[in-house]
Design a protein around this ligand. Sequence first.
Ligand code: NDP
Length: 483
Amino acid sequence: MIGQPNASHFVNGKYVEDTSGQELDVIYPATGEVIARLHEASRQLIDQTIHQAVRAQKMWAAKSGAERGRILRRAADLIRERNRDLSVLETYDTGKPLQETLVADATSGADALDYFGGLAANLAGEHIQLGNDWVYTRREPLGLCVGIGAWNYPTQIACWKAAPALACGNAMIFKPSEETPLCALKIAEILSEAGLPPGIFNVLQGRGKVGEALINDPKVDKVSLTGSVPTGRRVYAMAAAGMKHVTMELGGKSPLIIFDDADLDEAVSGAILGNFYSSGQVCSNGTRVFVQTGIKEAFLKRLQERVANAIIGDPQNESTNFGPLINARQLDIVQNYIATGKSEGARLLYGGEIIDRPGNWITPTVFADITDDMTIAIEEIFGPVMAVLDFETEAEVIARANTTEFGLAAGVFTNDLKRGHRVIAQLEAGSCFINSYNDAPVEAPFGGVKQSGVGRENSKAAIEHYSQLKSVYVRMTPIEAPY
Ligand code: NDP
């Protein structure tokens, strides 16, 4: 396979193999074939990586922001130059169509490295004058950060976490999902080639236990997780025991609200992208599509016509635009939700069929006439299953949209400018869209409220989550001691 990494781990500036750890088979989701065999990190390798990263971080933090930024931006350039190879690898890792990975993965990672590389030279504290005395603040790194990734965007997640962490002068140990371990290794290799000193960005493979060992080590200062809400609760609790900083990018069941006055085809495009991109395996997807009754029939008709045009097939073929699910377990979960939807009385409008070929394939699925109490309107499915719900009034849809434990994203389609802003302002979600869905430019903060997460990735806001302020009082006037 093109550009496959050379060993399981990347530690202290080089590839490292450690066959004492349990084997991890990497399976291509489109065919079920084993494409690589890696090993989990052993306790000894974890300890050694932490030790070297802690030492390296001090020297990295001592460099100027401009120097750190140059290295990150050089890495961004290398990623862009190698976008095709990295995209092919991302497709092998995840099964997502090359048509998507060419534009959404390595390129998004490069954007993050460029953006935070640019910000690095601007990181500063402030000066607060207090008469003749003053206070100044120093913006300092947290130290050693651990990043733990989900399997849907392995390159993007590694870069979204590494870029702000490294820009602020931290070191990072990244543990990819065991399902998609390959891409982060290439990012480590490229960062190293761009001049990143050894020990600053390391990749260790393994299941949840490796993540736990990293989180529980007292030398680790911060944990940034992208994963499900149940994993988030466990990771947050472990981090709390050590009073560590956290960023939690977790799951969602986001509302996408389509008013009668919306542009029909634009709204259908938003619903398709917000449900079927990456075969529905996107945390911020708008999986509860609320459609006002006046536009409902036209919407469902157009949606059905357009979903039928999905090109399902070999993900490495650039004309394919709908790929497989990550693994057999996820396929099982999605099938069970579809069966539950049917048994609870939802109307299956389209899809829901297993495709008879090796790998984990199911057609894009649309349910209509969904009610708020149905399981598929409540739980995150993380697969290509759209639930269409009807609504009559603005007040009603806002209340129903907010009736969920999640709060990651929300979208509104309307041509009424005032209504768009008014509705978005009342939705309980961190990442919102008006007449669009799922855009995630690096300039915009990304993250959830309620159970969907803590903290923000991307934008200037991420700097707050990878640095801390030291305040220094400087006295120029005599100290007045009472005795
Ligand atoms: P999981 O929560 O199952 O796993 C996430 C990561 O955590 C994996 O690397 C996993 O390792 C690791 N992990 C699992 N248990 C532990 C533990 N006890 N301690 C430390 N690490 C652990 O999520 P998935 O990989 O299945 O991804 C899907 C979920 O991620 C969905 O809920 C989705 O919404 C969410 N997500 C959120 C995003 C966001 O930005 N808000 C973006 C993308 C996805 P292992 O692989 O071995 O299980």
